[in-house]
Design a protein around this ligand. Sequence first.
Ligand code: G6P
Length: 611
Amino acid sequence: MCGIVAYLGHRRAHEVILKGLKRLEYRGYDSAGIALLNGGLNIYKKKGKVSDLEQSLQGMSLDCNIGIGHTRWATHGEPNDVNAHPHYSGSKRLAIIHNGIIENYTALREDLVNKGHTFLSETDTEVLIHFIEDVQQRNNCSLVEAVRLALHSVIGAYAIVVLSLDEPNQLVAARKGSPLVIGVGKNEYFLASDATPIVEYTNEVVYLNDREIAVVNNDGLTIKTVEDIPTTPYIHTLELALEAIEKGGYDHFMLKEIFEQPRSIRDCMRGRLDAKSGRLVLGGIRDYVDAMANAERIIIVACGTSWHAGLVAEYLFEEFCRIPVEVEYASEFRYRNPIIRQGDVVIAVSQSGETADTLAAIELAKERGAIIIGVCNVVGSSIARASHAGSYTHAGPEIGVASTKAFTAQLTVLNMICLLIAQKRGTISQELFQKLLTDLEQVPARVEDILKLNDQIKVIAEEFKDVPNFLYLGRGYNFPVALEGALKLKEISYIHAEGYPAAEMKHGPIALIDENMPVVFIATRDSSYEKIVSNIQEVKARKGRVISIVTEGDDWIPNMSEFTIEIPMVHEALMPMLSVIPLQLLSYHIAVMRGCNVDQPRNLAKSVTVE
Ligand code: G6P
């Protein structure tokens, strides 16, 4: 979480930085700030959104060509003006922006306090910049050397950029555990948490590696490790288009991303799947298909929506590959001394590729001999780079904090991986393999059909927008969809919602049901159809308000439901890619009608780079 941007070049630094921070607001939006060398080292910062900061800067003379900026998701200290970044050093001759957490900041702070330092904020970041200055003064060295030496004593995660009044044409940056991308323009440099603030200026970028320090100044870009070993910057060419990170006429990124799904799912399959010829190729895991097919078990680690995609994959892999699968919350997995055997396959699912818990989980599994396969959306992200092999989801940038198109793209990739392994193991008939390829290829067109139900779903949203609670129930492949539907609603509308396996309802949630409780049943035609009909009757018998997602042509469940949404038929293994779409739209409309900030829900961040 937290987004950082820095600029050195010939443009007006504050303009580049503020625009970049707006692009990074998905990473946090508790406060924002910038530091500029505009006739002194000046910091301007404010609680609230980047637009609040921008407003407060109206009429000020900010012109200069170098600066740093930050948009915050609070970890240490409440969101207020003082805790906002950037932070000054003790002498106010250095300023820093930081994304991450300095775990040993209390010890560092104590030492500094004993030396007479006083701190204005409660942040770990202010401690870090005081510490860097202390190191610089003690060693009488350059800023870059002070940063390098200081980082030897720092435990935790960081992406930092430091600006100095005494070395005014230079930015010093470093990373460990939090992302940092450097855009290389013509005599100008852009540093940011991801490429979105950079893409409109240059498509040449360098991804800084962990424990590397970068310096940009009039002589160019140089990189060395914390151990003082110079490295050669490797320049990647970005394929990101500017339109992909703008709203394109939609009111919100979330709505745009929901409606993009036919395209994003197609993009995900492009060049990989051709049902007609029975062709299925995933270049990124080609050399690991044998290892996966021979695995005695597969462990899937993920968080949030990506964890829900992992749950669907459990059903898929067990059904078609006949390999036991465990799906783990990355945060639980990494802290409980898990049993991992040589040759176990760990699949990390992550939209951002930066989620700290998922990253730490795969590092642990890798140390213990597992093969790591990454399923990430962001190209070049930390998880993608820490994996032995992987398949990108190619959904394009997802900006709305609530994940939508990343989920369906993850399911697309996981389906393709599953089919490749099943084919290799001979656990799927050629006929079924072919049927699933054909159905998968048609998913984008079926999603298009479902998106046409948008107005119908709006009517349902209007009816339920003021309720305090919601229950989502599904069985089999639709159980993870129930979880995802509930998560979407609570994330963006702040209505309490729970997802449950429909059959578990009788062990608890049934007590909640009365004439005020809306219950969303994901009840498409599949192997547990009759069973879920009984669950609907149980809810009806207690006067619950039933909203059902059914397969087209169902003439039974609609009679038991107050509202019904009919979606097309596909093989049940692929149904989550369709059944989730109405739930995304339902939560979107309810949140808009409640006046909530859909793209930036309170307290959340899109990329959770803290533990
Ligand atoms: C945050 C986001 C969720 C996301 C989760 C996992 O909580 O708000 O939308 O599902 O992190 O993120 P990842 O990038 O690893 O998929």
